[in-house]
Design a protein around this ligand. Structure first.
Ligand code: KMH
Ligand code: ZN
Length: 279
């Protein structure tokens, strides 16, 4: 099995400071949080940003300051969100890609999201993909429902450019596919040969998904965006604490934890940076 890549989704768009007092928001807080996560075993920092009032924003300058602070403090791969928050329009979601992040998320289909809808029509997905590839950004295909895998593969094939494919299975968003017996194998069987994948369970399912994923050879995503608690009634005190738990689970199973350099090699990121779009 490959060394474990741990992605930390540290901020998200939905969580508030009232729900999680340790949510990092300012560039200094993000840099400190990221450094703690790197020391605990993370390689990828999935980034959403907030304005001064703590509200989610896709403002490019806010992303720039956060990105600079994190890359100055760590060697982590910074992965921008392009999902933003529900209701963000396409222009807002694409705007931070102008900073050419090393990675960015790409959700390849629409999905119910609580009482709302996370809307991702095919033309929007395609334009976000083209914007990423034009800037040498590696997409992480975010899979909330099984059909999104087929959508990602269709997009990849149509564009014809060969790059490493990395998928993240997000299980348990209210209104979308929950984890359960057979779900992860069903999804993983549908991934292309050579692809890497990670998984995360939202909320209560988080630990069980991490355990199954580590045992199945996948990589793990954790962090406040996905889970606030370490256990019943035990609010996590930092993102690093969640990363450390994932790293401990891996080591208990005899799986080493990848650092950022090893993660870049597993994800073939150096071959993607500076890549050009072929169509
Ligand atoms: N906040 C969700 C609506 C992503 O980061 O790409 C979308 C999301 C996915 O968080
Ligand atoms: Zn996100």
């Amino acid at each position: 099995m490959q060394p474990l890549i741990i992605t930390v989704a540290a901020v998200g768009a939905e969580l508030t400071r009232e729900q999680q007092p340790n949510l990092p928001i300012t560039p200094d807080e993000l840099a400190r949080d990221a450094a703690g996560c790197e020391a605990a075993g993370a390689s990828i920092y999935h980034l959403h940003v907030r304005d001064e009032g703590g509200r989610p924003t896709m403002d490019v300058e806010t992303f720039r300051r956060a990105h600079q602070a994190i890359t100055a403090a760590t060697d982590l791969i910074v992965q921008f969100t392009t999902g933003g928050s529900l209701g963000d329009d396409e222009a807002a979601r694409a705007a931070p890609l102008s900073l050419n992040p090393e990675m960015a998320t790409l959700t390849t289909g629409s999905v119910n999201f609580g009482n709302d809808v996370f809307l991702n029509p095919a033309p929007v997905i395609e334009r976000l993909y083209v914007a990423m590839r034009g800037g040498g950004t590696m997409p992480e295909f975010e899979i909330f429902e099984a059909g999104m895998i087929a959508n990602a593969l269709t997009l990849y094939e149509r564009h014809g450019e060969r790059h490493h494919q990395h998928f993240d299975l997000v299980l348990g968003v209210p209104g979308a596919l929950p984890p359960g017996p057979g779900v992860i194998p069903f999804l993983v069987e549908r991934l292309p040969t050579g692809a890497t994948w990670s998984a995360t369970g939202i909320g209560r399912a988080h630990l069980a998904v991490a355990e199954e994923t580590i045992a199945s050879g996948g990589h793990v995503r954790t962090g406040f965006e996905d889970v606030r608690y370490l256990g019943p009634g035990r609010l996590a005190t930092s993102n690093a604490e969640l990363v450390e738990r994932a790293a401990d689970l891996a080591r208990d199973r005899g799986r080493p934890v990848a650092g950022p350099a090893e993660a870049r090699s597993l994800l073939e990121l150096s071959s993607v940076r500076g890549g050009t779009l072929t169509s």
